[in-house]
Design a protein around this ligand. Structure first.
Ligand SMILES: C=C(O[C@H]1C=CC=C(C(=O)O)[C@@H]1O)C(=O)O
Ligand SMILES: [Mg+2]
Length: 461
């Protein structure tokens, strides 16, 4: 290891300084709760943590501390900007075969062209971090890596300190009893702009009927005020028990935590194989198995929901046909049943054809008509005008990539931003020509449920 730390001659150094080097070292550890590891970072790295678990629960990632952050304030070019910064950094990577690939985790804002004062003001249009301490649990085995980005010619001492710090965090996570009290009553709940939301849905329906767009997704938010400061790990732990079959994510930025459990994969890239999912069109779960089945069948047969879904399939298929080979798109949607809601679901797969990296595909796919609309640019303009809200990172890509080019991004739905004693929850729905504002309003309540319940809120209906 000491040899690695002083050998920089063969490196191509393009980040910040000509001497930048990116070191990584991995050890396998015994079983460890990812929440306990996340919480082990509370005292020293409270504002520098992330959490990710994929929907089939084969991969869990936790990041503590920042080896480096990559941000962008660009609009259209923010994907390329992050991709370039990451590639430059990876060109300085010094890694042994057995070390895990370092992870870059973060997200993009939904629409950098929407400029409003909001709870999202501190967030740049792209925010990513390489953690100093990276826990990766894959297929039941746990690995902890240290990542260090440095421009000092001699990094051995710093690395030795990181090893001691890693051991301290692992010890805390494995030995200290992991428990927390989640008794934090809600003082009040505000529905921000309920009337405005109903009006926006009515306006958008008229715009669609007059041919200005085919579909537009309109969202709204709820603000919860709590008696005490919210606990990040408690929120994370609660949401992970709410909606197990979804992606679970949490991204800390300064004193804010953005977290949620989303059913919607935007893109997965694994050794050249690319997967996406069209998830749009919704109905609630039934109170009995029989009713649930009837509701599912009604959803599959409903023309308004099939239309919402169809636009998403059309767009994602088109992007795949541009960037991939061997594209497979089933003819008809299936049902995706999650705790509170059933969705229409069509998986899409292919093999990456060009030199495209995951960021190229994220850019090409965001926003799909499950969060934006058709045509995209008209829908985005209507959203800016009608919604009157800053979506921040809600409904936008969140996820990771690694130094070998694999990665996965989900669409950050069923999510909330927490900051101090406040939580901001977001939910929306696809509006088409024959949408009904009251039904859409009810649909947003169903979509608020997982996060609302995780935070200890009352259910509505
Ligand atoms: C915009 C949201 O959901 C989208 C994803 C699935 C189903 C949707 C729908 O049926 O309207 C939405 O397009 C949200 O959860 O806030
Ligand atoms: Mg809908």
């Amino acid at each position: 290891m000491s040899r690695k730390l002083t050998d920089s001659h063969t490196m191509k150094n393009t980040i910040n300084s000509p001497y930048t080097r990116f070191f990584t070292e991995t050890i396998e550890v015994g079983r460890m709760s990812p929440f306990a590891f996340f919480e082990a970072g509370f005292q020293k790295y409270k504002e520098e943590r992330f959490y990710w678990q994929n929907a089939d629960q084969t991969l869990t990632l936790v990041g503590i501390g920042h080896a480096v952050t990559l941000t962008s304030d660009l609009h259209e070019e923010r994907y390329k900007d992050i991709s370039n910064q990451w590639n430059d950094l990876c060109n300085t990577l010094i890694k042994e075969e057995e070390d895990a690939a370092p992870i870059l985790f973060g997200g993009f804002s939904y629409d950098p062209n929407q400029v409003l004062q909001s709870e999202w003001n501190q967030f740049p249009s792209a925010y990513f971090a390489v953690p100093s301490f990276q826990l990766k649990i894959e297929d039941g085995r746990s690995y902890v890596s240290i990542n260090l980005v440095t421009d000092k010619p001699e990094a051995s001492l710093e690395f030795e300190w990181l090893r001691q710090e890693r051991d301290r965090l692992i010890h805390l996570a494995q030995v200290k009893e992991f428990s927390f009290q989640y008794d934090n009553p809600i003082v009040s709940m505000e529905e921000r702009g309920k009337d405005r939301y109903i009006e926006a849905v009515n306006n958008v329906t008229s715009l669609i009927q007059s041919g200005k767009a085919d579909k537009v997704v309109i969202a709204r938010s709820l603000v919860l005020h709590f008696e005490q400061e919210l606990s990040a790990v408690a929120a994370l732990y609660a949401i992970s028990n709410e909606q197990q079959e979804s992606y679970q994510f949490a991204l800390q930025h300064n004193d804010c935590l953005f977290f949620g459990a989303t059913p919607e994969r935007l893109i997965e890239m694994k050794n050249g194989k690319v997967l996406s999912a069209c998830v749009a069109g919704s109905i609630r779960r039934g109170n009995s198995a029989e009713e649930d089945k009837q509701l599912g069948e009604a959803l599959l047969a409903d023309s308004k929901n099939r239309e919402e879904h169809h636009y998403v399939v059309e767009m994602i298929s088109k992007v795949f046909r541009t960037h991939c080979q061997q594209v497979v798109v089933p003819k008809n949607p299936k049902l995706m049943k999650i705790r509170d809601i059933q969705h229409l679901y069509t998986p899409v797969e292919g093999k990456i054809a060009s030199e495209s990296d995951i960021f190229t595909l994220v850019k090409a796919l965001h926003p799909t008509p499950a969060l934006g609309g058709v045509p995209t640019s008209a829908a985005m303009e209507i959203i800016r005008q009608e919604e009157g809200m800053d979506r921040g990172y809600y409904a936008a890509p969140i996820g990771w990539t690694d130094s070998s080019g694999n990665g996965e991004f989900a669409v950050a739905l069923r999510s909330a931003l927490i900051n101090g004693k406040e939580a901001y929850l977001y939910a929306g729905g696809g509006i088409v020509a024959d949408s009904n504002a009251e039904d859409e309003y009810d649909e947003t309540w169903v979509k608020f449920r997982p996060v609302l319940r995780a935070l200890g809120g009352q259910l509505n209906g």
